[in-house]
Design a protein around this ligand. Structure first.
Ligand code: ADE
Length: 258
């Protein structure tokens, strides 16, 4: 089969196993394949061929998982779900951020290149696919609007934000660090809504391969002194359900596979 005659495969990349569980339970014709020590699940969701993968934590692990999804399984689009720490004012626990683009807040090859610039790419920010991102944003809007009948009621008033997300190999767990990180980014002209540990790497890989990328993060903490306390409770109780709902809404809205 030539690459152009392959059915469109949508990869759902989750940061954590808790977020994948619900989708795995729904997966039809599930088949497991192990590549590079990672388990991937292939099957169908809402009539769409999908591959489910776990990014694990940090940019290197996420890069490898994304590269396997594209290079080995032939994914033609990647949708990332995970949690993040809120950075910008008004981005609160329980909100969702749909990424427009990503930056690596811990990348600094100065003075050879400006701080944050990815060497040899001539840019600091990697954009998500506008069409897929727009569908993901609408899916998040619908999922939050219809979540009032169960435990998610707790989070009524949750908002969907759209904008820049900063990634780096650090769990940001103090208000001082979070303010410094935000201020440094702002000095260079970047206002990030949230911070996490994988997205910018996957955005870069998708740009390299010419694969559409979209990402959503549920805000689990405010990247401050209580971040490490909020995080596990939140992931188990809320983020996994958000991810499942939003991905379902997205898949239903995608065009039928050819
Ligand atoms: N993911 C969720 N919360 C985070 C934080 N505070 N720092 C980095 N990644 C995160």
């Amino acid at each position: 089969m030539t690459p152009s005659s392959r059915p469109v495969l949508t990869a759902i990349l989750s940061a954590l196993a808790e977020e994948q569980h619900g989708l795995l339970e729904q997966l039809q014709g599930a088949q497991k394949q192990t590549v590079a020590g990672r388990d991937f699940w292939l099957g169908q969701l809402h009539g769409q061929p999908v591959a489910l993968g776990l990014s694990r934590i940090g940019k290197v692990s996420a890069t490898l998982t994304a590269a396997v999804l594209i290079g080995h399984f032939g994914a033609s689009r990647i949708v990332f779900t995970g949690v993040a720490g809120g950075l910008a004012q008004g981005v609160k626990v329980g909100d969702v951020v749909v990424a427009h683009d990503f930056i690596q807040h811990d990348l600094d090859a100065s003075p050879l290149f400006p701080r944050y610039e990815v060497p040899l790419y001539g840019r600091s920010r990697f954009a998500c696919d506008p069409a897929l991102t727009s569908l993901l944003g609408l899916a998040a809007d619908r999922a939050l609007a219809t979540s009032s009948h169960d435990a998610l009621q707790l989070l009524m008033g949750a908002q969907v934000h759209r904008g820049l997300i900063a990634s780096g190999d650090r769990f940001v767990s103090s208000a001082a660090e979070s303010s410094r990180l935000q201020a440094d980014l702002q000095d260079a002209g970047h206002t990030a809504l949230a911070v996490e540990m994988e997205g910018a790497a996957v955005a870069q890989i998708c740009a390299d391969y010419g694969v559409a990328f979209a990402a959503m993060r549920t805000i689990s903490d405010r990247a401050d002194d209580t971040a490490h306390i909020d995080f596990p409770t939140f992931v188990a109780a809320v983020a996994s359900r958000y991810a499942q709902r939003i991905v379902n809404e997205l898949l239903i809205s995608l065009p039928e596979p050819a």
